[in-house]
Design a protein around this ligand. Structure first.
Ligand code: GLN
Length: 219
């Protein structure tokens, strides 16, 4: 019999562990959503925080500030290695950081997702809005919050569009990488996080949290 990898054994005996990049932005809302799904969350601010994660979420916020902080904290290199091979969900500024091309930034993006984004393309903070979005892997519309959101100007070949607003792409997937122009963590709807964890990252959620997230068994 082949000896079992200690890392696999450790993974099977603990709850799934998901990092949330927490340099700036609305990382707290992502952590709440992930924890509602029975996942242990780790605030990622230092290179060592990326060790032993099953997946990573990169939140919305201000991509210029995040890029500056990635440089000054020394997190950029380790983060680039993580997103080159592991499951990652980027929302809004998180999507901008993952994109191959984006405008008006002080440092290059990580460039692992073959899309081009136009930042702040819907106008200023005051022009933020919410709207129903069609998300292909989910049944029924998702109520999406857009805050100074980027627009997807180009979606590369082999990148799948998973969410559309009035036909326009607002969410994409390339293998184990998902990028969304909007903020699923600002609603009570856990479906997009659950889809990412289960279907994209291949994480098995604890059964009780999963059935509660589906609205079953809640009193
Ligand atoms: N406008 C922000 C930026 O360019 C993104 C907005 C957001 O993450 N809600 O970084």
């Amino acid at each position: 019999m082949t000896p079992r990898n200690p890392r696999d054994i450790e993974r099977e005996t603990r709850p799934p562990r998901v990092g949330v990049l927490s340099l700036q932005g609305d990382f707290a809302c992502h952590r709440r959503t992930l924890e509602a799904l029975g996942v242990e969350t780790i605030r990622v601010t230092l290179p060592a925080d990326l060790d032993r994660l099953d997946a990573l979420v990169m939140p919305g916020g201000e991509s210029t500030t995040m890029l500056r902080l990635l440089e000054s904290t020394g997190l950029r290199g380790p983060l680039a290695s993580f997103v080159a091979s592991r499951p990652v969900l980027g929302t809004c500024a998180g999507l901008i950081l993952l994109a191959r091309e984006a405008d008006g930034l002080p440092f290059p993006t990580l460039g692992v997702l073959d899309v081009s984004v136009l930042r702040n393309a819907y106008g200023r903070q005051i022009d933020s809005f919410s709207a129903p979005v069609d998300v292909a892997p989910l049944e029924g519309p998702f109520h999406a919050v857009f805050i100074r959101a980027p627009r997807l100007r180009r979606v590369g070949e082999g990148v799948e569009v998973v969410a559309r607003r009035d036909g326009e792409p607002v969410g994409v997937r390339s293998g184990r990488i998902v990028g969304l122009c909007f903020h699923p963590e600002l609603t009570q709807d856990l479906r997009l996080h659950r889809w990412f964890l289960e279907q994209v990252a291949g994480i098995e959620l604890p059964a009780s949290a999963e059935s509660m997230a589906r609205g079953e068994g809640a009193a």
